[in-house]
Unconditional design. Structure first.
Length: 235
């Protein structure tokens, strides 16, 4: 068998303290998983069942890589998030065993074309155009559980040009990491390389060309994303 054209390279993210890289299979994202963020988005923060959206694996970009202001938006937002990397397959995983399936944790930035997301939301349409575009999932080096343990609390913060914009604690997640993994695994089998972006705290806001975005999570260090001008010729 031969491919009719060359397959794309395997998307991957860095591994902290190593030259190895972690292959990315799928990217799951949890919507409105901090109560204060749900309120700022105009939604009730009650503990309803969580909902999910996805990003393509090739949307992943490393910390420090410049991201061009994307096409088709006038309201481009940052979202600081804890990222979970799955390292062990499982289906219908009990909550009490869910952390056994985690390979490691990272800092992430769920970049969002907010105007397109909100327009889709108001029309009852999928969020893909607002969430699943090129370079929309900035993910820092993954720290193995063997080195950092499991994170149930710890400061998560984001600054733009040294101005603090988001400041919360992982303990404020509405749905915890074990619960998220368990719920996802009831719908489909989780496999090594699956990535989960667990939701963002309140304080989301816009980025413009020239901005420098820094996100830090206690115990995981920080990631940086410089924003550059829109690619010439883009709408």
């Amino acid at each position: 068998m031969a491919f009719v054209f060359d397959p794309m390279p395997q998307p991957s993210v860095a591994v902290a303290g190593s030259d190895d890289r972690l292959p990315v299979r799928r990217v799951f994202c949890v919507g409105r998983n901090y109560a204060a963020h749900a309120r700022e988005m105009g939604k009730d923060p009650d503990r309803d069942p969580p909902f999910f959206f996805t990003k393509p694996a090739d949307a992943v970009v490393d910390s420090g890589v410049a991201v061009a202001y994307p096409a088709e938006t006038l309201n481009f937002h940052y979202e600081a998030e804890l990222v979970v990397a799955i390292g062990k397959a499982g289906r219908d995983i009990p909550t009490q065993h869910a952390l056994d399936h985690v390979w490691g944790y990272a800092v992430g930035n769920d970049l969002t074309r907010r105007d397109l997301q909100l327009a889709a939301r108001e029309q009852g349409r999928p969020w893909d155009w607002g969430k699943a575009f090129d370079f929309s999932a900035v993910i820092g080096p993954v720290h193995p559980v063997a080195q950092v343990g499991h994170l149930g609390r710890g400061r998560i913060s984001l600054s733009v040009n040294d101005v603090l914009k988001q400041d919360s604690d992982l303990a404020n997640l509405i749905w915890s990491v074990p619960e998220i993994i368990s719920i996802l695994s009831q719908s489909m089998e989780m496999k090594p390389g699956d990535i989960i972006m667990t939701g963002t705290p309140e304080g989301v806001g816009p980025l413009v060309p020239g901005d420098h975005c820094v996100i830090e999570i206690e115990g995981l260090g920080k990631i940086e994303t410089p924003i550059t001008e829109r690619v010439k010729g883009q709408a």
